[in-house]
Design a protein around this ligand. Structure first.
Ligand code: NAD
Length: 277
């Protein structure tokens, strides 16, 4: 079975990205990403730190704005707008999830990010693909796994992860089935697929009953079990069935690293576009 190793793929793609950031800096327009975090959820802080580390290594500045959990909507929106209007800031991210008190206002809050700075492609109003879907596409490219003429089964249909990943598969010429929490017989749908991509956030959802030899399985899920991060695939059960012609992305070290890379590729795209205008 082939391991779709996101750390190896990312290390290989890093050079090209770093060259883009170096070129922007040489033109007097260094790339800079602002991340607004509300409240100090440890998992969110870990994600922000991973973005900071990677961005700094690639040559983009990362500014982390940490606001208290109880911040009001108006104050938060004002902070986002100020960053969005700052010509020195190339991209703005609002780290999700927002605290419970602001969750129902999420759409209005995110709307404060303009399409030109929307590096997460969360407003759907720019040309970018959300980073997770872009990262999945680049992981498949790196390992030479094409989608044209294949059957893809995408589990999960969220606006930021599942739906854009299904769209990526469609654009690449796959026949796509989208499964979700109401799907009646998940194993039947996955068995029919050549490529299974799972983004449900349910550890062990895809196991021995869901896979067959030769399939490619991309595991987007990330859940915490004690101190460990686990995906949606029971890898110990699935790997022997996938066999020598199969492929599986591990968690951690599969899609996660690619998502961070893709986020900064989105930033490079925005900075290059904005600089040309
Ligand atoms: P979400 O909760 O918004 O969506 C989950 C989706 O899975 C829903 O469409 C739901 O219908 C479906 N689902 C849930 N239970 C199911 C079941 N039993 N059978 C079939 N479908 C089921 O979550 P999200 O934001 O889309 O994230 C999904 C997972 O991906 C999470 O674990 C998240 O942590 C992870 N994630 C990983 C990365 C990465 O870089 N690897 C990036 C973003 C999200």
């Amino acid at each position: 079975m082939k391991i779709l190793d996101g750390r190896i793929a990312r290390a290989s793609l890093m050079k090209g990205l770093a060259a883009r950031f170096a070129a922007l800096a040489a033109r007097g327009a260094p790339a800079s990403l602002a991340i607004v975090q509300v409240g100090a959820r440890p998992d969110s802080t870990a994600y922000v730190n991973a973005k900071k580390r990677f961005g700094t290594e690639a040559g983009a500045a990362v500014k982390h704005i940490l606001l208290p959990e109880g911040v009001g909507e108006a104050e938060l929106v004002a902070e986002i707008r100020a960053l969005d209007a700052d010509p020195a800031v190339g991209g703005v991210i609002v780290q999700l999830p927002l605290p419970d008190g602001l969750k129902s206002r999420q759409a209005a809050i995110l709307a404060a990010v303009s399409p030109a700075k929307d590096v997460d492609a969360i407003t759907g109003a720019n040309e970018l693909r959300p980073a997770t879907a872009r990262g999945v596409g680049e992981l498949l490219d790196f390992y030479g796994i094409g989608l044209a003429g294949k059957k893809a089964c995408v589990i999960g249909r969220s606006a930021l992860v599942g739906a854009p990943t299904a769209e990526l598969c469609r654009e690449r010429g796959a026949s796509v089935t989208v499964c979700h929490s109401k799907t009646a017989d998940l194993a039947k749908e996955t068995a029919a697929a050549d490529v299974i991509i799972v983004a449900a956030g349910k550890p062990g959802l895809v196991g021995a009953a869901h896979v067959r030899p030769g399939q490619t399985v991309v595991d987007i899920g990330i859940s915490r079990e004690g101190d460990a991060l686990v995906g949606d695939v029971d890898a110990a059960a699935a790997a022997p069935i996938l066999g020598p012609d199969g492929a599986l992305s591990p968690v951690p070290g599969g899609v996660g690293p690619m998502t961070v890379l893709a986020l900064f590729e989105n930033l490079a795209d925005l900075c290059e576009n904005n600089h040309h205008e």
